[in-house]
Design a protein around this ligand. Structure first.
Ligand SMILES: Nc1ncnc2c1ncn2[C@@H]1O[C@H](COP(=O)(O)OP(=O)(O)O)[C@@H](O)[C@H]1O
Ligand SMILES: [Mg+2]
Length: 337
């Protein structure tokens, strides 16, 4: 659970009171694990400030930021990096042009491991993991591991940044179980039961798949592939459901600089990654249609306030015209006091 509690952020560039701007005015927001939130609002309404406060780029003047009940308000940005994956509007920001696809992925993979020295070079297993993940993108990036990122298109770079924002060293089942019981925000007995039942269920599926392969007349090599697949699927299923250490995705208009066709592709990819990994996501967009099409919940900012927060069926019913109307009404209210 990610929470902003009564967060206020002011900017004052000149030091005089008249020049003070309230970017966020007593904003409270609680986001559940796995929730996909789209964020809209006019220019300067506080969207980027919200994401920057979450990621630690900015510190609130008042209020708190909590992650799984932990107060991270004062935690420095680099120490939070392991918890958040970010993609910005500019495709040049997220990736290093002079480095290859593989080198970029490797850096992202190391991110947040502040206690161990930075290690160049990597194990073969890591490369295999990258290839597996890239294949799921369906962009052919897995065949271009050695290519310098600088020659890639904006769309490819955003796709790569997305992957970089989501890969990580994954916790073991044991670590995941311990953290889930402690930090899921559930009664510990309930959490334990839920975890163990799902573990058993997934394990049965895995074992059945392996047993079926072994009693078939497939070749040894084919069986080996199926066993590997079954283990991978087992791990994925558990991670998707119980891993609380997986990154929270923060997307700040990450498709705004792309042409419409590429933007759509990157958005589809975003949705796929978010859903497959069940990732908590905050996606800022200026495109109201996209904000309605994607996500489970929609939040509208206006002058540092949240003026709309809808999810589920209520969100599904909304149309772009409704959003425009609310936006205009909020503007009028602001002008007329
Ligand atoms: N670093 C900064 N210095 C001064 N003012 C800022 C800074 N960042 C944001 N602001 C101001 O805070 C308000 C909210 O900005 P922001 O969160 O970036 O809006 P947006 O919704 O467009 O992302 C705006 O009035 C903006 O001018
Ligand atoms: Mg912004």
């Amino acid at each position: 659970m990610l929470e902003l509690r009564n967060v206020t952020k002011r900017f004052n560039l000149t030091g005089s009171v008249e020049d003070e701007r309230i970017a966020l005015d007593n904003v409270s927001l609680a986001i559940k694990p796995g929730e996909f939130v789209t964020i809209i609002g006019g220019n300067g309404s506080g969207k980027s400030t919200t994401l920057n406060i979450v990621s630690g780029v900015l510190t609130p003047d008042e209020g708190k930021v909590l992650l799984n009940e932990y107060d991270i308000t004062k935690l420095q940005e680099y120490r939070r990096a392991a918890y958040f994956g970010r993609v910005f509007q500019d495709p040049m920001v997220g990736t290093a042009s002079d480095m290859s696809v593989l080198e970029n992925l490797e850096i992202a993979y190391q991110r947040g491991r502040i206690h161990s020295p930075f290690v160049w070079g990597f194990k073969k297993a890591d490369k295999e993991y990258f290839i597996e993940e890239l294949k799921r993108f369906d962009l052919g990036l897995e065949n271009r591991l050695g290519q310098k990122v600088g020659v890639m298109s904006g769309g490819q770079r955003q796709a790569l940044t997305l992957l970089m924002a989501t890969i990580r060293r994954r916790p073991t089942i044991r670590m995941m179980r311990r953290d889930y019981i402690k930090f899921a925000g559930l009664d510990s007995l309930v959490a334990r039961k839920e975890f163990d039942e799902e573990f058993t269920r997934c394990q049965i599926i895995k074992d059945e798949k392996i047993a079926k392969a072994k009693t078939s007349n497939l070749s040894k090599k084919e069986i080996k592939i199926i066993v590997k697949e079954a283990k991978f699927e087992f791990e994925q299923a558990m991670l998707a459901k119980f891993d609380l250490t997986k990154q929270i995705l923060l997307l700040d208009e990450h498709t705004a600089a792309l042409d419409p066709k590429t933007a759509k592709k990157v958005l589809e990819l975003t949705n796929k990654i978010v859903r497959e990994n069940n990732m908590t996501t905050l996606m800022v967009t200026h495109n109201m249609k996209d904000a309605l099409t994607y996500g489970d919940r929609l939040i509208m900012f206006h002058s540092g306030h949240i003026i709309l927060d809808v999810s589920g069926k209520e969100k599904a019913k909304l149309k772009v015209d409704d959003l425009l109307k609310m936006f205009e009404e909020a503007d009028e209210k602001l002008i007329n006091g």
